[in-house]
Design a protein around this ligand. Structure first.
Ligand SMILES: Cc1cc2nc3c(=O)[nH]c(=O)nc-3n(C[C@H](O)[C@H](O)[C@H](O)COP(=O)(O)OP(=O)(O)OC[C@H]3O[C@@H](n4cnc5c(N)ncnc54)[C@H](O)[C@@H]3O)c2cc1C
Length: 451
């Protein structure tokens, strides 16, 4: 039955809509009773809905809106350890803690994500090659399960901790977590930008130079062909020290008050972003970037979250939405990056934002995405009939190379292929079954993939 609390939900990509009932529950609920009462139709936690797919929705079931739990519980400035409720966003933490000289240790390409979402997807940033992913900085999690609330650390309940970090909300509801913030002298970044003429050039630059920088990311022109295939703009940087800043920045070196410029209206027809417009955008973006710029000072908000200046920018893709395909393959498999760009280019499947990063070593998260290697993220508008076949071809290339796709982004991989990508999937399922044998916690994603 549709009630006023029933919502049609999608992820950020606006594909695979599903109807779920919204629940706002107090943090100190009787969790075993509450979850067992929801056993029939099932329930999933939802943060800010920035996963691209069907991970934070459950058609015919309920979702717990965690964003109402957003209080800071404790902060120790001598260690940087912060205990915070799971619905607090990274945006909120940056605004609250920057003035005191602290910053989140890992941030994805948007700061509009919750702590619960960041843990459940074990999100990564531009610093994975140096620092690892979000849960590498998490020391403790309070998790509500059908058996009660349990405090997880790497020492106590390590298996459940490792299943929860990157576990897509399937082990329980994260109520709060303790994580370590990092110290900064300023909210500015010292940034080097280099434009490369080809994929080989950008791969070589990243291999030789990334270790000198905390943050690194390359934007790749997905439609360039021939000798320009994979031409890119590489941006590498570090938090700026006070000594790096000029007079104007020194007036308020720790200020973090970014504003959005406007909100995209829900008026765009699907198809505005097509191979022609994307090609034109890519050409413009490539040409407007400096060939080489060293030591430029940028604010952290524009360095980390350039897309956040436009609210609801996902509407630009129109009502059919878009798919983000992100994979990682081990070092030594550079041909996969090359071949996948060739495949896109040949099929005239333009990706609006194509991003290449280098990952460092993986952590113990059983189905956490990052592993040592190259990660490429592609944004493709839904529409062309050739797209499903193209994704299948990419899946095969990724599996062959020993890689995987990212569950926070994927909305279409098959369960059989997923098994080949995540060797610890069966162990993950065993742990989930031990805490939630009747699978009260489930999502459209978990049903689709049989996890
Ligand atoms: C513009 C943009 C850029 C992005 N860039 C990156 C990037 O660089 N790196 C990266 O790793 N990701 C990136 N992402 C993906 C995003 O960081 C993750 O999907 C993140 O998990 C979203 O957080 P959320 O609060 O919106 O979670 P939701 O989308 O609401 O939920 C995601 C998952 O977390 C679970 N979950 C949420 N809260 C809880 C809780 N309290 N307890 C248990 N489970 C919970 C949900 O059930 C679901 O499975 C990007 C997304 C966007 C839109």
């Amino acid at each position: 039955m549709v009630t006023e609390n029933t919502k049609i939900l999608t992820g950020w990509g606006r594909t695979n809509p599903g109807m779920s009932s919204k629940l706002e529950l107090p943090m100190n609920s009787d969790w075993p009773a509450m979850l067992k009462a929801l056993a029939g139709s099932g329930v999933v936690a939802r943060g800010l809905g920035r996963s691209y797919n069907d991970a934070a929705q459950l058609s015919g079931g309920s979702f717990i809106d965690t964003t109402i739990w957003n209080h800071v519980l404790h902060f120790d400035p001598s260690t940087g350890l912060l205990k915070v409720e799971a619905g607090a966003s990274l945006d909120q933490l940056m605004r609250e803690f920057s003035e005191a000289g602290f910053f989140v240790p890992v941030t994805p390409g948007t700061r509009q994500v919750t702590i619960g979402g960041a843990i459940a997807c074990d999100v990564h940033g531009k610093n994975h090659h140096q620092d690892g992913s979000f849960t590498d900085f998490v020391t403790s999690i309070d998790l509500a399960t059908p058996n009660g609330v349990v405090t997880l650390t790497k020492q106590e309940h390590p298996l459940l901790f490792n299943a929860t970090c990157g576990g897509m909300g399937l082990t329980g509801v994260i109520l709060n977590a303790t994580l370590r913030l990092i110290r900064i002298e300023s909210t500015y970044m010292k940034v080097d930008t280099k434009r490369t003429n080809s994929l080989d050039e950008v791969l070589a630059l990243m291999e030789s130079e990334d270790d000198h920088y905390r943050y690194s990311v390359a934007w790749v022109d997905s439609l360039a062909r021939g000798s320009s295939l994979g031409r890119a703009v590489l941006t590498q940087g570090d938090h700026a020290h006070l000594s790096d800043l000029g007079k104007s920045h020194l007036k308020a070196p720790l200020e973090f008050k970014p504003k959005t410029l406007f909100s995209a209206p829900d008026l765009f027809p699907s198809g505005i972003l097509n191979s022609l417009t994307i090609k034109a955008f890519n050409e413009m973006w490539y040409r407007k970037s400096p060939k080489k710029e060293i030591g430029a000072i940028h604010h952290a908000a524009s360095f980390f979250h350039p897309l956040d200046v436009v609210d609801n920018w996902n509407r630009i893709y129109g009502s059919k939405g878009f798919v983000q395909y992100q994979y990682v393959v081990p070092f030594g498999q550079e041909d996969v990056v090359k071949n996948s760009l060739e495949l896109l280019s040949k099929n005239k499947a333009g990706s609006f934002l194509t991003v290449l990063k280098r990952f460092g070593k993986s952590n113990n998260g059983l189905i956490s995405f990052p592993m040592k290697g190259w990660t490429l993220a592609l944004d493709l508008p839904v529409g062309p009939a050739t797209l499903p076949r193209l994704f299948d071809q990419l899946d095969e290339m990724v599996i062959e190379a020993g890689g995987r796709v990212y569950l926070a982004k994927d909305g279409r991989v098959s369960k059989y292929r997923l098994k080949a990508m995540y060797p610890q999937l069966e162990e993950f399922k065993r742990i989930v079954e031990s805490v939630d044998p009747t699978r009260i916690l489930r999502s459209d994603l978990s049903r689709r993939l049989g996890i």
